[in-house]
Design a protein. Structure first.
Length: 659
């Protein structure tokens, strides 16, 4: 250990006599983005960041990550929140500390490469709305995908952080593809592109401490920009990896406030502050100020999100990540997908198939969106292939990848798979070798036309352009053209605590199970909050044979109650919209096309009455964020179409009928 790490143990306290470090480790906080993205499915609401925002601004973080990654998607889709508004709101509370976002380069904050005009506009609007640091990565580490966004970042006068996605094919750093030389070359490429800092992005938490030491040591020697380390805790190695990286001279590391740390998230900041206290790399952070923020998060915020935390496991680490070198998020996606398809028992086959698919697809890094692309294709292969045919159901995204639309893969794609994927592919059967966005037509003019009269500004249009289906839905909620559904509304702390109390009671056997032969709830039923001594219940009340007569109600939140009680059957709970659809099919003769998996309808490629030939795409179904083009098994005429764009469908729902 070198001299600067020696601590003087004499009487030093947290604040008094604490020497100022010569080379303090800089820290970026991820609580507001990767923290809740990793632990709570990105469901963190802006209103739950505000209570600690000003205190966070006082800590001295190098930056606070507030945006990007999956936030843009989940906010408008699940939280009925305008993603742009979050930036502007948080900026009012966090005035000193720069904001950082995760930008998927030409994929922006979506899952495919977008056209240059959209990419440029997105960066400009992000900067204008308050973004300072653009942490930019490409899933294939193909920096041609940086060529549009980087000049836009620079023109806006903002910080360009270039990422190298860390991945391996062996249990440790090395091998033919992802070795030390690979990372040095990538860092040099980024330096040449004008990177203001360089980030090693270890999304899977597979960077081992001594490998981190080797990489950081050599990067500090070979390139000038500051080196930043982003390492997920998933496998349990990250705190050790941090320490070795710090010894090797890393400039910046990523952490979360402790309630948002560990599991698939990141190391917590507090142990790091204490570990470095009084050393030459002391962060200088006030541990008591951090503790105060934790107290607020624990008591006032986390109860609202607890139910999202997977708690069926004792262990907070996932050793599968060590065994399979794949991101934890990807593994949990695979498990969810298998569950939805009643095939969880085939997980071992999926683990076996995964490295084969990855190799076929050019040994690509596994990070959004490539982790999903490889993951879903793997599941498709396990479920639909047979001994006579491999890659029976190829997703739209794998076709795009084979065409070259995501960029250049680390090693060439298996030519057989590529040929099969590109058979009849709409852009052409011959793959491209140029920068992918060069083959994309500008997207904004069409997007503007599509949402004319609905979008009020460029931010709205960009949201729609990136997420046409859910974006349009959101804009209708935003401008009062459609009522947002119950499930996108925020939960109060009181509601969350009451819910937990009821769950605890149910677990303790103190709640009486409702009788099986209970009558069906009618639209006259009303909900009441009932308080018995200090106990709280939400109770549905309905008078038999008529409109409800209210004899007693605890007046909780009076402005909300009348709205919920309105008898208009806007959305009767007992009859979901889609249950009506299959009925329409019953009398149509022909071959039904069933949903092979649960998902959302993206589009129908044909109308009722159109003729279709065998193998032609009839409907595009989005499942697990991947688009699956479903081919017609027969030639004929489209007799019935049972859903529309944006509808959710269950496995085996009849999507359409060919006769
Ligand atoms: Co991350």
């Amino acid at each position: 250990m070198s001299d600067h790490n020696q601590v003087k143990i004499t009487k030093m306290s947290y604040d008094k006599d604490r020497p100022k470090a010569k080379n303090p480790v800089q820290v970026m906080d991820l609580t507001f983005r990767d923290g809740h993205q990793s632990l709570f499915a990105t469901r963190g609401r802006t209103e739950d960041m505000i209570p600690v925002a000003e205190r966070m601004d006082e800590i001295g973080f190098w930056a606070i990550e507030t945006w990007g990654g999956a936030t843009f998607d989940t906010m408008h889709r699940f939280l009925n929140e305008d993603p742009w508004e979050r930036l502007r709101t948080l900026k009012r509370y966090i005035k000193k500390t720069p904001f950082s976002m995760l930008l998927r380069a030409q994929n922006l904050v979506g899952y495919r490469n977008y056209a240059d005009d959209l990419a440029k506009a997105f960066v400009e609007r992000s900067a204008e709305n308050g973004m300072d640091i653009f942490r930019t990565f490409d899933a294939l580490n193909d920096y041609r995908n940086f060529e549009t966004v980087v000049p836009a970042i620079k023109e806006a006068g903002m910080h360009f952080q270039g990422c190298i996605c860390y991945t391996m094919t062996e249990p440790r750093l090395g091998g033919d593809v992802y070795n030390l030389e690979y990372f040095v070359n990538k860092a040099k490429d980024l330096e040449t592109m004008g990177a203001d800092s360089i980030c090693i992005k270890d999304m899977a938490g597979i960077l081992a401490p001594y490998d981190a030491y080797s990489i950081i040591k050599i990067l500090k020697k070979e390139v000038k920009p500051p080196i930043h380390l982003h390492s997920h805790f998933t496998s349990g190695m990250a705190p050790m990896t941090h320490l070795k990286a710090i010894e090797a001279g890393v400039d910046i590391v990523d952490t979360c406030m402790s309630p948002y740390a560990y599991r698939t998230s990141h190391p917590a900041v507090e142990p790091l502050v204490m570990a470095l206290l009084g050393t030459g790399r002391d962060t200088g952070f006030d541990i008591k100020a951090l503790a105060e923020i934790n107290e607020i998060l624990e008591k006032e915020i986390i109860p609202k999100y607890r139910h999202l935390l997977a708690e069926n496991k004792m262990s907070v680490i996932d050793i599968n990540v060590l065994l399979h070198q794949t991101p934890g998020g990807m593994l949990s996606n695979l498990i969810n997908q298998l569950k939805e398809m009643d095939a969880l028992d085939r997980i071992d086959e999926v683990y076996k198939e995964l490295p084969k698919v990855r190799k076929d697809l050019g040994q690509i890094p596994l990070v959004t969106p490539t982790s999903q692309i490889v993951g879903i294709q793997t599941v498709n292969n396990v479920l639909f292939d047979d001994e006579n045919e491999r890659y029976k159901m190829i997703t739209g995204q794998v076709k795009d990848l084979c065409y070259g639309l995501y960029g250049k893969t680390a090693v060439p794609i298996n030519p057989e798979v590529q040929k099969k994927a590109l058979k009849g592919y709409h852009r052409g059967e011959e793959p491209i070798t140029c920068r992918p966005a060069e083959v994309l037509e500008p997207e904004l003019p069409q997007a503007k036309k599509d949402v004319e009269g609905l979008a009020q500004d460029l931010d709205d249009t960009i949201l729609y352009a990136i997420y046409p289906v859910t974006g349009k839905k959101f804009l209708k909620w935003k401008y009062g053209k459609e009522e947002p559904p119950e499930e996108v509304k925020a939960k109060t702390l009181e509601e969350a605590l009451a819910e937990q109390e009821l769950i605890a009671k149910a677990k303790a056997g103190k709640l009486v199970e409702k009788k099986k032969d209970a009558p069906e709830k009618s639209e006259n039923s009303r909900s009441f909050n009932v308080f018995v001594d200090d106990e709280y219940f939400e109770v549905g009340v309905e008078e038999i044979g008529g409109a409800p007569v209210i004899s007693y109600a605890q007046p909780i939140a009076p402005p909300v109650q009348p709205v919920q009680a309105a008898p208009a059957p806007v959305k009767p709970a007992s009859a979901p919209a889609k249950a009506a659809a299959p009925a329409a099919v019953a009398d149509v003769d022909g071959t039904p096309i069933k949903a092979p998996m649960p998902g959302m309808i993206v589009s129908y490629e044909k109308k009722v009455g159109d003729s279709i030939s065998e193998g032609e795409t009839i409907v595009v179904l989005e499942a697990m964020k991947m688009e699956n083009a479903l081919p017609s098994p027969v030639s004929g005429t489209v007799k019935a179409i049972n859903f529309k764009s944006g509808d959710s469908v269950a496995k085996n729902d009849v999507l359409c009928v060919i006769g």
